[in-house]
Design a protein around this ligand. Structure first.
Ligand code: NAP
Ligand code: F7E
Length: 376
């Protein structure tokens, strides 16, 4: 019999890849969507209307909707991916973040118990490397102490512990994947990697002049989202319910990401200055790729803006994926950092070329405005 999965956060980056992955495995896939004034479900548009893919209205802040939906779908597996997932935004909307990212996890667990499914329904919780926050050791593994360093991370810490508590108290098969940053061509446009890949493409095509970033020294362990959703599934197929670190084991700075992204857009950068005065300057141009007529050697195309500094920033994340590698048989190096940057920029070069120039400029302004916070 085909298994039934319920995915919260189905419209997000990971939800869309996980839906494709589970459909290919023969699952009946149900996803939760929430009402929005703009019907914008770009990441799953290609799946809508296919026979084994079903969407339902519910909300992580509405227990009743979750209880009713779990009772209707009777899932074998729940993947709880829904979250207010932007760290910077969690400083501006901390209570909403706590409601969805912390109490939302409890609501899912209680929806399963209320429907008496605790013996049959497995639950995956989308946990995060942000739990390590102000890191107490490098690299971070399943035994590294947590030190959350944002309202987002504090909310996710509750999610992690309530999953562990229900596992021990009620013998439920519920686990956390402690996932390090994972990116893709479907990544939200205000996360740093996608902000850079889109800006590099726009600048190469004369649709943006300069990219403003915050902390260029921040270090991340960046993987490819498509590789990471396999791990979510593997965690629920393991014999025992356990928590796993999912990472590549390789670390790069924001500056390195930008240098490589601009390279793939045809612009070699050199870096000048320090801190707030640091700039990425055009050192040479590959005109086969970067065709912006106005662009010339010596132009500043990356600058630092304090608007993108965080009240507390997590700056040294590097995961140790040994446990996932040995116990789940997962390969953390399926897609390298170099391949990831290349595929994101290649995608955005095509996207920007296809889009109307005025619309692109409006999008840059809107994305920057939203990420800065509307009061800045
Ligand atoms: P994402 O693209 O921001 O997607 C978040 C999803 O949550 C969207 O589908 C969103 O719906 C949904 N959502 C938010 N609030 C909701 C609510 N109140 N009720 C129902 N749905 C709600 O995030 P992602 O990158 O795919 O990440 C998936 C999960 O993994 C998140 O929990 C995130 O915190 C966690 N995580 C991500 C990373 C990473 O690097 N990507 C690393 C570690 C952990 P709308 O489309 O309607 O907004
Ligand atoms: O920031 C620095 C920023 O917003 C990465 C979420 O998926 O991964 C994600 O959280 C780093 C930070 O992701 C800009 O200060 C510099 O140090 O891309 P990000 P994140 O905060 O790591 C974790 C694992 C999650 O769980 C989250 O859900 O880059 N940075 N300049 C910037 N960041 C942004 N967004 N914008 C900048 O201009």
């Amino acid at each position: 019999m085909a298994k039934t999965a319920l995915i919260t956060g189905v419209t997000g980056q990971d939800g869309s890849y996980l839906s494709e992955f589970l459909l290919a495995k023969g699952y009946e896939v149900h996803g939760i969507i929430r009402r929005s004034s703009v019907d914008y479900r770009e990441r799953i548009a290609h799946l809508e209307g296919t026979p084994h893919f079903h969407l339902h209205y519910a909300d992580m802040s509405d227990s009743m909707s979750l209880v009713k939906l779990v009772g209707k779908v009777m899932p074998d597996e729940i993947y709880n991916l829904a979250a207010q997932s932007h760290v910077q935004v969690s400083f501006d909307a901390p209570e909403f973040t706590a409601d969805v990212d912390a109490v939302g996890v409890l609501r899912i667990l209680e929806a399963v118990r209320t429907n008496h499914l605790e013996k049959t329904c497995k639950i995956y919780q989308a946990s995060t490397s942000e739990l390590y926050g102000k890191v107490e050791e490098v690299p971070q593994s399943e035994t590294t102490p947590f030190h959350p360093y944002s309202p987002y991370a504090v909310a996710k810490l509750y999610g992690f512990w309530i999953i562990k508590e229900y596992r021990e108290a009620y013998n439920m098969f519920c686990c956390s994947g402690i996932l390090f940053n994972h990116e893709s061509e479907r990544r939200g446009e205000t996360f740093v990697t996608r902000k850079i890949s889109l800006a590099a493409a726009r600048i190469a095509q004369g649709k943006q002049n300069c990219l403003y970033l915050g902390n260029l020294d921040s270090l991340r362990d960046w993987g490819y989202a498509k590789d990471y959703v396999e791990c979510m599934w593997l965690i629920l197929q393991h014999n025992t319910p356990e928590d796993f670190v999912i990472a590549t084991g390789v670390q790069h700075s924001v500056r390195e990401f930008a240098t490589l992204a601009f390279h793939h857009a045809g612009i070699e950068l050199r870096w000048e200055g320090e801190g707030i005065n640091e700039k990425g300057i055009v050192a040479s141009i590959n005109t086969a790729l970067a065709q912006a007529k106005e662009l010339k050697v010596g132009d500043t195309v990356v600058a630092v803006s304090p608007d993108f500094y965080r009240p507390t920033d997590v700056v040294n994340l590097l995961g140790d994926p040994s446990k996932a590698k040995h116990e789940l048989g997962w390969n953390p190096q399926t897609t390298s950092f170099e391949q990831l940057v290349e595929l994101m920029v290649a995608h955005d070069m095509k996207k920007v070329a296809a889009d109307d120039a005025a619309a692109e400029i409006r999008k840059v302004n809107l994305a920057e405005y939203l990420e800065k916070g509307v009061d800045k």
